[in-house]
Design a protein around this ligand. Sequence first.
Ligand SMILES: *Cc1c(COP(=O)(O)O)cnc(C)c1O
Length: 411
Amino acid sequence: MNNKKGFTTTILHSDRLLQPEFGALHQPIHTAVTWGYEDVNGLIEVFQNKTKGYSYSRQGNPTVAALEHKITQMEDGLSSVAFSTGMAAITSTILALLKKDDHIIASSYLFGNSRSIMQTLIEIGIQISFVDATSIENIKKAYKSNTRMVFVETIANPVTQIARLDEIGNYCTEHNLIYVVDNTMASPYLFKAIKVNASLIINSLTKYIGGHGNALGGSVTDTGLYNWVNFPNIASVLREQIPTDLLGITQIRKRGLRDGGGTLSPEAAHSISVGAETLALRLERTCSNALILAQFLEQHTWIKKVNYPGLASHPQHKIASELFRGYGGLLSFELTDKIDSLTFLNRLKVVIKSSNLGDTRSLAIPVAKTIFHELGAQQRKEMGIDDSLIRLSVGIEDIQDLLEDFTQALS
Ligand SMILES: *Cc1c(COP(=O)(O)O)cnc(C)c1O
């Protein structure tokens, strides 16, 4: 297939077109840890980046490579590296590219663990400013001469704020900053971060891309838009061996996988690849269910507030409509004091009390007492997290069953 096909067609035929053995339609699960060579020169050439090939599975494996290729296709990117988790992808990307005294501007509404790894990075000498990224002015104010990277998420969890993705992209291009977009919450089906000039796109494959809550994984995709030639932190040995457009992603693979060891297993890569085949179908259903539930909850007298980008009341509804194909599967809501949030949660029978998101099943969690518990009351208040806030990751159940579940739990 030479001419570009649609999103789902491309993913379904991706393995086949890499021509695995016997005309297999799936890339097999290669469990080998190491690869042998008849001629030792073959091994040497792989080590010296002179030919493509495999040496040791920590830094590359054909099953994982087939998944990386699919992610690259989904994001319209240049090249991707898969990791054991989304957090491994984020940590490895930052550690591979930045040095002590480099400065990052990060959204203040980050996924909880992304926020806490950044606190750790501050302790080892990376400077990080957290700003409200829904306005470009805050990014401009935080800029310093040692700023190297801007890090944002597409739809923030749990309050669903949407960063000013397009204007930040233009600003990063003008100032030669690495623009990292964590696209986990929108997924490449709903949003192409390359359109807003992202340099690197992070995905937690555990969430929508894998989709079934049965495998952990993460990835980073280089869109090819950032010019690595003048980036000062690229190792000189790579500059001698690697084409200039692949300098960034190669340094991430070497430092993150070969040295850091955050490697995705081939079994998990296979599960995620199979899940990815139905990403578009699942998201169509999830987005439709989420909008119906958000509208239902918004008009209910016992609900104080609903956060969902698909509602006209959402502060970034307009930009979400411009940039995204759908409004995603995550919503959150606050309850009035007529009903206790924990009692309410325990009355739900179809919706499961669980901390994951992007699963085929609907999952709900009281965020202040769980994910954001360690932050303390003051920081929760700053992040707009009310004590009664419930996060709901909407699944693909039949909408009637979800509506009935919420109706009975709120009665
Ligand atoms: C879950 C999540 C991560 C971390 O992914 P894991 O695969 O759980 O490590 C990172 N960013 C966002 C936005 C997430 O939702």
